[in-house]
Ligand binder design. Structure first.
Ligand code: ATP
Ligand code: ATP
Ligand code: MG
Ligand code: MG
Length: 244
């Protein structure tokens, strides 16, 4: 665009550089996935295939962008550290769709919104992730009750009324008494969401000529449904949020 009378339009562009020394969170969330999940008959409240599709996109993201150190996802939402990612995520979602839903065509055009938040300290990143995981648990508990009530014949409005004002223990009680479901026994992918991160593992290769075992450090991408609120996971993975 150099050297033309039109060049001035460049001046309207905002600086897209982020201030240094921050942890960068990119939150990616499916746009109108309430509708999208209805259009594609997702199991309610949790379609495991759809969650695994999201996780697979996250794994590819972590493999593709070396700066992403950790990703956490629930429902149609994925939070990532470091950016450049919403469109790549969307492309992955479309390309991988057939691997997770081989008998279900993609009928609508999925799109995701993304936002960036900067946190100056690892402690706040931990709190951010705790907030998302608490939200995952609260939503999942509510949605599990809601959809069990609907599947047992209540209208959506009746199910909503029934759940109004109930506390966590009331919901657990309702699931157990009425549907024989022990909430604690539900899969962790539903209750805790998904974590994706790079891990260094030590591989033992064939012994060398002298018969000594040869060890090599290898990076691999791990997917798990851990408790990321307590210290334990972070103590075991000190490299993820290391500050220097
Ligand atoms: P917005 O465009 O504002 O994000 P939305 O319709 O995507 O609106 P969210 O609050 O992001 O609303 O909620 C995502 C919705 O997508 C859930 O309420 C649920 O209905 C549906 N959904 C997403 N993933 C799954 C899944 N794996 N299984 C079942 N339903 C899902
Ligand atoms: P950035 O990630 O910063 O946008 P970029 O590599 O995409 O970097 P641009 O300045 O956006 O660089 O330029 C786009 C480049 O992509 C062009 O220089 C050209 O090499 C290539 N390109 C894009 N579209 C076409 C096309 N239709 N045919 C051939 N080459 C194309
Ligand atoms: Mg959404
Ligand atoms: Mg969402």
């Amino acid at each position: 665009m150099a050297n033309s009378k039109y060049e001035y339009v460049k001046k309207f562009e905002m600086d897209d550089k982020l201030p240094a020394c921050n942890w960068i969170i990119v939150r990616i969330d499916g746009h109108k996935f309430h509708q999208f999940s209805d259009d594609h008959d997702f199991d309610k409240p949790n379609d495991e295939n759809a969650l695994n599709l999201m996780n697979s996109c996250a794994v590819s993201m972590v493999e593709h962008f070396p700066d992403i150190v950790f990703a956490y996802g629930v429902s149609d939402e994925y939070s990532k550290i470091l950016s450049l990612s919403v469109s790549y995520f969307t492309s992955l979602y479309v390309i991988k769709w057939k691997d997770f839903f081989p008998h279900k065509g993609l009928k609508e055009t999925p799109c995701f919104d993304g936002r960036i938040v900067l946190y100056p300290r690892a402690k706040i990143v931990r709190d951010y992730l705790s907030w998302r995981q608490v939200d995952c648990h609260i939503n999942n508990q509510y949605n599990t009750c809601f959809w069990m009530l609907v599947k047992s014949g209540k209208t959506k409005k009746e199910a909503q009324e029934r759940l109004k004002g109930t506390l966590a223990k009331d919901k657990n009680e309702l699931l157990f008494q009425q549907f024989g479901i022990n909430y604690d026994k539900l899969p962790d992918i539903f209750k805790k969401g998904s974590c994706v991160y790079k891990d260094t593992v030590e591989e033992t290769l064939k012994p060398d000529n002298g018969g000594n075992p040869v060890k090599r450090q290898r990076q691999r991408v791990t997917v798990g449904h851990f408790n990321i609120i307590d210290d334990r996971f972070w103590d075991e993975q000190p490299n993820i949020l290391r500050e220097n």
